[in-house]
Design a protein around this ligand. Structure first.
Ligand code: G3I
Length: 441
């Protein structure tokens, strides 16, 4: 078996608990008196010694120079340094105050103060290549998840290979920035490699299934916050018992493949939070209500059989203008009653149905959709983490989907907290304000 890892990477065993502590230090600098001792390899960071200071204008902020959180690279690339020497050079940019996005004003800090961890999915090559985006991630996010690189197709280019390089890189990046990392996904009906589809011996497929989960979970044992062990196994439109989806795994391993996946993951990693993740459960309508019922039944069944499940993931791919409220709130409370945690794992807002193309109007509708959904979901203490499915509109998957190309071929989606220039949008503030409305930790 071949491991393809990032060469010469020093592995430090930071348990998630240790990282929590480090997180506390970052967001509450007063408490740990830390202000300037997290050197990020290769990124020069400068930190404010005392956040109690008056909010600075960008010009004062730059002029002050010392003791303010900014990456020199980001400053340079976004022209922040422009005109510093000669203040009359360029008008201050639009954000309310640069200070307003970083440190204690970041999504990361606001979430933390309210018992949540905020984070994002990432496309790893982007983190490797784009220093500005990498620093925006480290500023705004407390947890990251690879959007593709831990799926079977990416991780298992062939039967005898594990491509751990890219996700190992991301793990090191999270370590350098005191962030957590979660895994997505050990078992999904999509992203099944061609080489395993050619195998027609069910016992052999079962052995490969168990070996894959064991190997991957052991490789990251003690390092990840949580795993999406099984993703999207329910299809209410399918005809199978319990609404199970007719997937490659169902057809070759039978309905017990879900329990097998969770038991195998737990055997390989004693502490990681094992999660069942799905979509189409968010809206107040009959279709989503039926899927919520089927998943709740499935999870209750797993609990009754002693399957080691710790959490349920609600993907939260929302659509602007739809109604979010009682349905998802009751769904979350049902899992709370079962003693499970709930993760909002892939939040974004598709606004292809919004007629107006006025950007301000579109952004206001998208922000309201964030607010409506989070107002229903966040009050429940079972909700522990909120991830958006990327952080900037520049990298959203939504611009690549067929329905978008058909409905709105001439306009780009705006589903995420930061726009394509990494500027905060209305939904950045809607997300942060939603965190603030939640009871303090
Ligand atoms: O890596 C190959 C590249 O080598 C090849 O040249 C290129 C052209 O075909 O494809 C690249 O793979 C693409 C991969 O994204 C990486 O970019 C796949 O075709 C493409 O299908 C894949 O799309 C991902 C999709 O899941 C399917 O895995 C999206 O980026 C990702 O955002 C999306 O995420 C899913 C979650 O896992 C589950 N929930 C829904 C969510 C959105 O669909």
């Amino acid at each position: 078996m071949r491991w393809l890892t990032a060469k010469g990477t020093q592995r430090e065993n930071h348990t998630p608990q240790a990282q929590q502590l480090a997180l506390e230090k970052i967001e509450n600098p007063g408490s740990a008196g830390r202000g300037d001792d997290i050197p990020s390899a290769g990124t020069k960071m400068i930190y404010a010694k005392n956040w109690g200071q008056k909010v600075l204008s960008r010009r004062e902020f730059i002029a002050k120079g010392t003791g303010t959180a900014v990456t020199v690279a980001a400053a340079a690339s976004t022209g922040l340094l422009a005109g510093c020497a000669n203040s009359a050079a360029s008008p201050p940019p639009t954000v309310r105050s640069f200070h307003d996005l970083a440190g204690p004003r970041s999504l990361r800090a606001h979430a933390r103060r309210h018992g949540l961890i905020y984070g994002s999915a990432v496309v790893i090559p982007v983190v490797q290549r784009n220093a500005d985006f990498a620093s925006l991630l480290s500023e705004q996010c407390g947890i990251l998840v690879p959007s593709n690189e831990l799926k079977w197709v990416a991780l298992r280019p062939s039967r005898d290979a594990f491509n751990f390089g890219p996700p190992d890189f991301l793990y090191d990046f999270t370590q350098r920035n005191q962030m957590l990392m979660r895994g997505h996904t050990l078992c999904w009906h999509e992203s099944v490699p061609a080489w395993i589809r050619k195998i027609d011996n069910k016992d052999e497929i079962k052995q490969i299934f168990v070996d894959h989960i064991t190997t991957v979970c052991k490789h990251y044992a003690g390092k990840l916050h949580s795993w999406d062990v099984v993703n999207e196994a329910i299809d209410p439109n399918g005809k199978l018992p319990g609404g199970l989806r007719k997937s490659f795994w169902y057809e070759n391993l039978g309905p017990d493949y879900i329990d097998l996946a969770f038991h195998t993951a737990r055997a390989a990693d004693a502490n990681v939070k094992l999660t069942y993740n799905d979509y189409g459960v968010e809206v107040d309508n009959d279709g989503d209500a039926e899927k919520r019922r089927l998943i709740l039944e499935m999870v209750k069944g797993m609990k009754s059989r002693g399957v080691p499940i710790d959490a349920v993931g609600i993907q939260s791919h929302l659509n602007a203008g739809l109604k979010y409220g009682r349905g998802v709130a009751d769904y979350i409370e049902a899992f709370h009653q079962l003693g499970l945690e709930v993760f909002l794992t892939e939040l974004d807002v598709n606004d292809d149905e919004t007629v107006s193309s006025d950007l301000a109007e579109r952004d206001a509708i998208i922000a309201r959709t964030y607010t409506d959904f989070l107002t229903a979901a966040l009050p429940n203490p079972a909700v522990k983490i909120v991830l958006t499915w990327d952080l900037s509109d520049r990298f959203t998957w939504l611009n690549g989907i067929g329905s978008h190309r058909k409905k709105q071929p001439d306009r780009s989606q705006r589903p995420l907290p930061f726009d394509t220039d990494f500027k905060p949008k209305d939904c950045f503030y809607a997300l942060r304000d939603s965190f603030d409305r939640r009871k303090r930790a």
